[in-house]
Design a protein around this ligand. Structure first.
Ligand code: 13P
Length: 282
């Protein structure tokens, strides 16, 4: 992966911003990493037949000149049927969750098994898992297990709500740092973050690109507390929560994200591939 730091305003190609104390008028840099467009199918898909059709339609609808990493997170039971029949390189698969060890853990998917059945990525700490009691400490262990299994962790976090005084930012920072407790400078480049504010997941509309950009800057500042600033700037940070075909472009242009983690838009091949095209064909 190559990075290019050039001053440029809002190119919509993974721009990111200098870390300033006051983020109201941030000065952006270009960050020439490929975007990642990921689809979290959650539990929307309920049969192998349906999953295979959706996958085929997505594959067919992707732009020929694909300049994005496209990743699908089907329910774990569908990883094997999808991955074993796919020899292409344009789409990768990820597990929606993994467990940090093998053994007596009913219902869990060990990281090594996810890898064995075709996953390259592991989504960890999604808001819907956190709502069932998953803590930052557990997320941290899962991130460590994913790295050990040579899966790329996509670590999700986000505030449940916002308050006027910005006190939610303190919790957000703590959650990020605790979720990455076992990540060191060397492994940071193998980690992807996904900022998904809980209040936007499943909502009719996402926040504006500007709102997302300010949070992206805050996340990088938080990372810079633990890692070197240059390393903090290189982390790919996705945005997820209510992105659809209509709202995607504005976020691409103004959000300074490294891609999207799509929920509902990923289970409609047309919406998913349209969003990939809006971003990835530039
Ligand atoms: P929606 O795009 O359906 O709001 O879901 C986002 C999400 O949770 C992706 O992980």
């Amino acid at each position: 992966m190559s990075f290019c730091l050039v001053g440029c305003r809002y190119s919509g190609r993974g721009c990111f911003t200098k870390l300033k104390a006051n983020t109201s008028d941030p000065e952006p840099f270009i960050y020439m990493a490929k975007p990642m467009i990921a689809g979290n199918w959650k539990s929307y898909v309920t049969s192998t037949k349906e999953a295979k059709k959706l996958f085929k339609d997505i594959e067919k609808g992707l732009p020929r000149q694909l300049k994005a990493d496209v990743v699908l997170f089907p329910p774990s039971l569908l990883l094997h049927p999808l991955a074993r029949n796919y020899s292409g390189k344009r789409i990768s698969f990820g597990a929606q969750d993994i467990f940090f060890e093998s053994g007596a853990h009913t219902g869990e998917t060990p990281a090594l098994l996810a890898k064995d059945v075709g996953a390259r990525y592991a989504l960890i700490g999604h808001a819907e898992k956190r709502a069932q009691g998953e803590t930052d400490e557990t997320v941290a262990k899962k991130v460590g297990a994913a790295l050990d299994a040579k899966l790329t962790p996509v670590v999700a976090f986000g505030e449940s709500s916002r308050d006027k005084n910005g006190e939610y930012l303190e919790d957000l920072a703590r959650s990020i740092l605790e979720s990455l407790a076992l990540v060191d400078v060397l492994s940071l480049k193998k980690v992807i973050l996904a900022y998904e504010p809980v209040w936007a997941i499943g909502a009719p509309l996402p926040p504006t690109g500007r709102t997302i950009r300010h949070t992206m800057i805050f996340i990088r500042k938080t990372l810079a507390q633990k890692f070197k600033r240059e390393d903090a700037l290189k982390v790919r940070i996705l945005y997820g929560g209510a992105v659809n075909e209509e709202s995607a472009l504005e976020i691409i242009q103004n959000g300074e994200t490294g891609g999207f983690l799509l929920g509902r838009a990923s289970i409609h091949a047309d919406s998913f591939t349209s969003i990939v095209s809006q971003w990835a064909t530039k």
